[in-house]
Design a protein around this ligand. Structure first.
Ligand code: WTA
Length: 633
């Protein structure tokens, strides 16, 4: 690794170079990777169309960088430690050589199932080693993986499969979640009733459950394993060939498939991992995210493996068998770098500090936070009780669309300030703009967070609909990538992320569009109209508050109707998007042109009743009084 920054001066020098000579800056970093052919053009870009190309002309396979090139030096080093849901079950360890062999076998199985370069493979698996094998196996053969978090419903799976026309699905019989066991294959079966593109399904046996096997379509992984070799030549791809699709919610319509390219994503994943966490060769690193989200893609698999690191993958939940589970795993595997989400920290905080104090945690050097703003109280608890006051907490701001960490302290190098993501990584040029898109200069200012120059792992398109990508991210402000977040830049230039400024709710670090949840609620026949907003929630960051108009007024305040509405959301999106509060109303505050005044609904949900603003221009101002009277606290 020749690109690890080791001091504040080096950071400043690297940052300046990345702005003054961006191509040279990235050429140097990219030269640390293994290329079958070098690029002829470092960068070509246009944010209007948008069209961004990095390392054009290069040929590579990302798994050669994650696996093959480590075999000589690190063949016997542990690449992956898998910690099961049940602490009594044995943890599994895979060396780089074993991981390489498992990936090759999975790649050969996929090939036998007919998967070719450019084909889309839907991966709907829990956090078991086979999930990692499958992701990397797709990359090995140039197929595009689309991982769908195993908490999504059959409808959501079907939508995602159909949008990208996946031909193969990889899944499991069921999954463990704390004390519960949850079916998985049956969800796929239900989804596939509506997915004509899918030809084959591969099923991993996790629980020993019987499943429906559709002859000719479904195959057991353990049976197929017997038929394949552990050698598989990597398929060589072009720099801009897509590596994966990951669906994420936006402010409008159904989730969109964010497309990442191969070379740029690789370079940025490896670079950002090494620098933010200041990873050293012997470190044991653990990111608690699920590989179903971008954090798991970049910082459980690609980033760590690109650096030859040892990465822990955890099947379970923070509270099973008790709220000391994270800390027990840290001691068990001597974890040095730990990366988790504020929502987990807050929920463990609520369970009491005794669960933490029961463990030594002396191996920890660096702590990370991701997914939502971390409040100061949680930051201090994390720093004091988990990090014993000696581990830097890096608060990493980024998005599915950015592919990697954009704004964050570098562990042990940058100044830390609780609840502040800090300074941009070298190569990243954030700016704040006002509502008209004018850049807000200077410090101690607040505005919409945009990025004004391309970086290698940025979104390339939204699958099958490039115009949607343009409108969502590049049309709001001319020549800028718009993040959808608001931010403050403090006196010292550090950024503090305020949160989403669009109709996206961030629940426990998971993104949902309000329109998406409203759609699911409206599927219930009793519902005439609904409006969903986010409100501050002690543990989840944001909770989901739904205002619902029912056709049959008799059903008002009826708990059964409430349960049915929740059921609609579970069925159409998944259990992770359940509304926390459902208030039945006879109408919604609308302008004369029929637009719902969400600002008012938000204020009511937040309990800020004195600052509702002028309601006299509403179509029916009296509705506000009714909503206030029926407010759920
Ligand atoms: C929010 C997760 C404050 C933000 C990697 C962003 C954060 C959205 C932070 C992306 C942070 C993420 N501080 N807010 N450190 N990290 N966010 O796509 O609103 O699941 O736009 O990516 O999460 O969520 P996504």
């Amino acid at each position: 690794m020749n690109f690890q920054i080791t001091s504040e001066q080096e950071y400043q020098a690297a940052y300046n170079k990345s702005v003054d000579q961006p191509e040279e800056f990235w050429n140097d970093i990219a030269s640390n990777f293994h290329w079958r052919e070098k690029w002829h053009t470092t960068l070509k870009w246009n944010f209007e169309t948008p069209d961004v190309r990095w390392f054009d002309g290069a040929k590579l396979n990302i798994t050669e960088n994650c696996l093959d090139r480590h075999l000589e030096q690190r063949g016997n080093k542990i690449a992956l430690i898998w910690e099961p849901n049940d602490p009594k079950e044995r943890a599994l360890r895979y060396t780089y050589r074993e991981l390489y062999q498992n990936v090759n076998k999975m790649a050969n199985i996929l090939k036998n199932m007919g998967v070719k370069k450019g084909d889309r493979v839907c991966i709907y698996l829990p956090m078991i080693p086979e999930l990692s094998f499958t992701v990397l196996a797709c990359a090995r053969i140039g197929a595009i993986h689309s991982v769908v978090f195993a908490g999504f419903s059959a409808n959501s799976v079907a939508d995602r499969i159909n949008d990208s026309q996946c031909t193969v699905v990889v899944t499991s019989d069921g999954l463990n979640r704390g004390a519960k066991q949850i079916p998985v294959k049956s969800v796929v079966d239900e989804a596939l009733e509506h997915c004509p593109s899918v030809e084959k399904v591969l099923v991993v046996d996790r629980l020993g459950w019987p499943v429906n096997i559709h002859t000719g379509r479904d195959f057991w992984y353990h049976e197929e394993l017997k038929t394949v070799s552990d050698q598989c030549e990597p398929t060589i791809v072009e720099a801009e060939d897509p590596l994966f699709i990951l669906y994420t919610s936006g402010s409008t319509g159904k989730p969109k498939g964010v497309v990442h390219s191969t070379a740029g994503y690789m370079v940025y994943a490896g670079y950002s991992f090494a620098n933010v966490f200041q990873y050293k060769e012997s470190d044991i690193y653990w990111c608690t995210a699920d590989i179903g989200w971008i954090t798991g893609h970049t910082y459980i698999l690609y980033g760590p493996l690109l650096q030859g690191a040892t990465s822990v993958m955890f099947e379970g939940v923070p509270t099973y068998p008790d709220p000391g589970r994270f800390w027990q795993v840290i001691d068990k595997h001597s974890v040095n770098i730990f990366y988790t989400a504020p929502t987990a920290i807050r929920s463990l905080m609520a369970s009491g500090v005794d669960h933490v104090l029961a463990y030594s945690l002396h191996t920890l050097k660096t702590l990370g936070s991701v997914g939502e703003p971390i409040n100061e109280e949680a930051w201090h608890w994390y720093h004091t009780h988990v990090g014993k006051g000696k581990c830097p907490v890096v608060d990493t701001w980024w998005q599915t669309e950015t592919g990697g960490i954009m704004i964050s302290a570098l562990s042990g190098i940058s100044e830390l300030k609780p609840a502040h993501a800090g300074l941009p990584l070298p190569g990243i040029q954030p700016i704040l703009v006002d509502g008209e898109g004018n850049e807000i200069q200077g410090n101690d200012v607040e505005g919409y967070l945009c990025i004004k120059f391309p970086w290698p792992s940025m979104i390339r398109t939204t699958y099958g609909d490039h115009e949607r990508c343009r409108i969502n991210y590049f049309a709001t402000y001319k020549n800028l990538y718009f993040t959808g977040d608001g931010a403050r830049r403090e006196a010292n230039g550090m950024y503090r992320i305020i949160g989403r400024v669009d109709d996206v709710i961030n629940v426990s670090g998971h993104r949902f569009g309000t329109a998406e949840i409203e759609n699911a609620i409206n599927q219930n026949k009793k519902v005439i109209e609904s409006a969903v907003i986010g409100y501050p929630h002690d543990i989840k960051g944001q909770g989901i508050y739904a205002y619902v108009i029912l056709g049959d007024l008799e059903a008002n305040n009826n708990n059964q109707t409430r349960d049915e509405i929740i059921e609609s959301v579970v069925e159409h999106i998944g259990r992770i998007a359940k509304p926390d509060k459902i208030q039945f109303v006879s109408g919604l505050p609308k302008t004369r042109s029929g637009k719902i005044m969400r600002r008012i609904l938000r204020k009511v949900a937040e309990g800020e009743l004195s600052s509702l603003g002028d309601t006299s221009t509403l179509l029916d101002p009296t509705i506000v009084d009714e909503i206030i009277a029926g407010r759920l606290t």
